[in-house]
Structure formats: C-alpha cells, structure tokens
Design a protein around this ligand. Structure first.
Ligand SMILES: NC(=O)c1ccc[n+]([C@@H]2O[C@H](COP(=O)([O-])OP(=O)(O)OC[C@H]3O[C@@H](n4cnc5c(N)ncnc54)[C@H](OP(=O)(O)O)[C@@H]3O)[C@@H](O)[C@H]2O)c1
Length: 304
C-alpha cells in the first residue's frame, strides 16, 4: 500500500470534528491539515482560552478559505470540565464525525488530577475515556449518516516500556511516588491501547482506532521532566524526530482514511502494528477497561 499523504485526505463536507489539545503540536497540525478538506466545523479543544484563540487566529491566517474553527474549553484532567465541554458541544451540534483524543502530557512531575488520580494516567487515560463515553451516543447517531464516523486514541510506541507490574489500581489514586515518571507515562500509553481495543470489541457502529505517531518534534518532549531521559531525548529529537507536518499524518490517517480498520492499532503512517506483549494481553485489557468504566460511569450518567 502506498504511504498515506496529505493528498489522500478525503473530502470532509458536512463533517463535524473535535481535536483535543488542538492549540499545539500534533493536535494543531491535525486541525491545520483537515481544515483544507471542507469540513463543516472543527472544534479546537484546549484548556487555555488565550492559547486556543492564538492558535485559531494562526490557523485562520494560514487558510483563509476555512474559518469555522471554534474553541471548546476543555481541561482533560478534570471530570467537571469534561462534562461541561461535552454539554456545551452537544448544545451546539447534533452530529460528531471525528473525535481525536490527542491531548496528553508526558513524564511530568508527580501530581494528581482534580479528581485525585495520578496526573499522567488521569490526563492521558481517564479524561479521554470520559469524553469518549459522553460523546459516543452522538458518534453512533452520526455513524448512521456517515459509516466512517470514528474515535481516534493517541498512544505511543513508548507503551512497550510499561512495567510488567502495570495497573495497580489503588496506586492510580495516589501520585504513584514509587514509580519513575517514565513508568507513569508508559503505563498511561499502554492503557490507551487497551481502552481503545476493549471499546472496539464492544462497539459496532463507530470506528475506534488507536494510533502512535513515532517520535515527532513537538513541545511534548521539552515539557517532560524525565531526568534520566531528558538529555537523551533532546539529542534524539534534534537528530531524529519527524517534523510535525509529517508526524501528524499518522493520526490523520486514523481519523479519515476509509482504509483504517476498526480496532486496529496503527503506527506511522498507517502501518498496522500489534503493540507489545502487554498490549496484546486480553486479561490486562479487560481489567483496565472495567476499572476505567467503573471510575467514570457515575459521571457519564450524570449528564445523560
Ligand atoms: N510528539 C511525539 O513524539 C509523540 C509520541 C508519541 C505519542 N504522542 C502523543 O501525541 C499526543 C499529542 O502530543 P504532542 O506531541 O502534540 O504534544 P504537545 O505539543 O505537548 O501538545 C499537547 C497538547 O495537549 C494539551 N494538553 C495537555 N494537558 C491538557 C489538559 N489537561 N487539558 C487539555 N489539554 C491538555 C496541551 O495543551 P497546553 O498547551 O495547554 O499544555 C497541548 O495542546 C499526546 O497524547 C502524546 O502522548 C506524541
């Protein structure tokens, strides 16, 4: 199969799209490229209004033909904010064709989300799961009009470095002080694959697609605090990282290509991958999915 490129992005007429973390990096670039293919509306979801407004102004300047990019206020590390964002979106739209769960953090300092979860797991896993569940009924209704409606979940090749002792669920309600920040990140990215694959097994209407972009030159690496890895990462990014214009094509493939298969995990660009041994463990997949669903279920019911 020839490599997917920006010329392969299909016409998106009538489609409504949400990209989380759309103000920077891969999210911004995803919106920039999709905006050239006639979507109805793109929601740029971000926690900072000023960063979002600056990004939207830049996007409008770079593509004067498409200006329907709207700010959706969303702190993916807060269940309250996610519920408000979903309600605000549903107040404005009856359809959602593409949800790209892109927002994420990597190797940050020890911390907790507003709801008391380990900060990387709460931001990268529980938040996107709750947003997805709140928007799934709308994605399902849209799938009746557009059989390519889908949810894309950003993982990372670094999931393969998750520790064998991954998923101590009591620990995920602490800052996990005994884990290195790299372990906390890689565990969250393994969980992105498990959550998406488990959801895909249960979902028949909406395509569910986990993807990793390889190593791409964005702010992510600069924001990380992995003390052991930081000098190595900076050198590696300088030497080897993919420019963001190309790096974003992996998630764009997952978001729009009719070739992208439901439940398949993809690497760059559109290459089907199995993921690590742990990623293929159904036992871990099911444990993770059931725990996440249990943690978020009360919040899903409260806005339905
Ligand atoms: N770059 C890579 O090499 C690479 C490799 C593997 C996987 N990924 C994945 O790709 C995704 C995007 O990363 P990136 O490289 O584009 O990183 P980035 O440049 O740091 O962008 C991350 C985006 O997520 C947003 N974000 C972080 N925490 C948030 C929160 N609590 N609420 C709302 N938005 C939040 C950031 O907003 P602020 O500007 O407000 O912080 C920013 O818009 C991540 O899920 C990452 O794990 C990236």
């Amino acid at each position: 199969m020839p490599t997917f490129g920006s010329q392969d992005i299909p016409d998106l007429s009538g489609q409504v799209i949400i990209v989380t973390g759309g103000n920077a990096g891969l999210g911004y670039e995803t919106i920039r490229q999709l905006s050239h293919h006639n979507p109805e509306t793109i929601y740029l979801a971000a926690r900072s209004q000023s960063k979002a407004e600056k990004a939207i102004a830049d996007l409008n300047e770079s593509n004067t033909k498409f200006t329907n990019i709207r700010f959706l206020e969303l702190d993916i590390a807060s269940f309250e904010s996610i519920k408000t964002a979903a309600a605000n979106f549903l107040h404005q739209e009856f359809r959602l064709d593409i949800l790209v769960n892109n927002a994420g953090i990597m190797m940050t300092r020890e911390g907790l989300t507003k709801d008391g979860y380990e900060i990387q797991f709460g931001t990268n896993v529980l938040g996107p799961a709750l947003l997805t569940q709140l928007l799934l009924p709308t994605l399902r209704n849209t799938a009746k009009l557009n059989n390519q409606a889908r949810m894309v979940m950003l993982s990372s090749a670094a999931h393969a470095r998750a520790p064998k002792t991954v998923y101590d669920f009591d620990e995920l309600r602490t800052t996990a002080p005994n884990r290195h920040t790299t372990e906390r990140y890689t565990a969250s990215k393994l969980a992105n694959i498990h959550y998406a694959k488990a959801l895909a097994e249960r979902e028949t209407g909406v395509k569910i697609i986990p993807v990793h972009p390889g190593m791409v030159s964005t702010n992510l690496h600069h924001a990380s605090t992995g003390t052991f890895l930081k000098p190595f990462l900076h050198a590696a990014i300088y030497l080897a990282a993919t420019p963001v214009e190309k790096g974003a094509l992996s998630q764009i493939f997952a978001a729009v290509s009719p070739e992208a298969k439901h439940g398949q995990y993809y690497g760059p660009i559109g290459k089907a991958e199995t993921g690590s041994g742990l990623a293929q463990s159904r036992d871990l997949q099911e444990k993770l999915f059931k725990w996440v669903q249990g943690e978020i279920s009360g919040h899903v019911e409260s806005i339905l």
